[in-house]
Design a protein around this ligand. Structure first.
Ligand SMILES: [Cu+2]
Length: 162
């Protein structure tokens, strides 16, 4: 009985290993392309990312690296990167985000609207996220969800284009 059982589990382990191998090879073949977004302190009332557009291929593997070269202390002002699903109501999202300080300005009710996100960065910090671009061609909004930053201009378009 014991022998039969261990025979089965060895076979299962072998099967799992074989199934995992092609996926690992695929991942290695498609190393993510790095896109660097820099954020800094507001200029007058205006805020922005260093890029207004990120153009990607459908299903492309992308690494977004968010770097803050701001001076303002993080407690006062920080910046993140949130990529939203097509069709998300941006006004509703940013209104909810403004009241979500406890969760780093990510409104819990909108979690399912988020395709990718990088946490809040303060002066001298950087953070990154690796994600697979949507396979559907179109425009997807990315924005900083810190209260007021979207309205001040801290947003852009991820453009999925063949
Ligand atoms: Cu910001």
């Amino acid at each position: 009985m014991v022998n039969v059982r261990s025979g089965i589990s060895a076979a299962l382990v072998a099967a799992a290993f074989v199934a995992a191998a092609p996926v690992a090879q695929l991942e290695a073949r498609q190393a993510p392309r790095t896109v660097t977004l820099t954020v800094t302190d507001p200029v007058g009332e205006k805020m922005s990312y260093s890029l207004k557009q990120i153009v990607v291929k459908p299903g492309e593997k992308i690494k977004v690296r968010l770097i803050s070269v701001a001076q303002t202390p993080k407690i006062v002002m920080a910046h993140n990167f949130v990529l939203l699903k097509a069709g998300t109501d941006i006004k509703k999202f940013t209104d909810a985000a403004a009241n979500a300080r406890a969760t780093d300005f990510i409104p819990p009710a909108f979690k399912s609207s988020i395709l990718a996100q990088v946490g809040m960065v303060g002066p001298g910090e950087s953070m990154e996220v690796v994600f697979t671009a949507p396979t559907v061609v179109g425009k997807y909004t990315f924005l900083c969800s810190f209260a007021g930053h979207y309205a001040a201009g801290m947003w852009g378009d991820l453009i999925v284009k063949k």
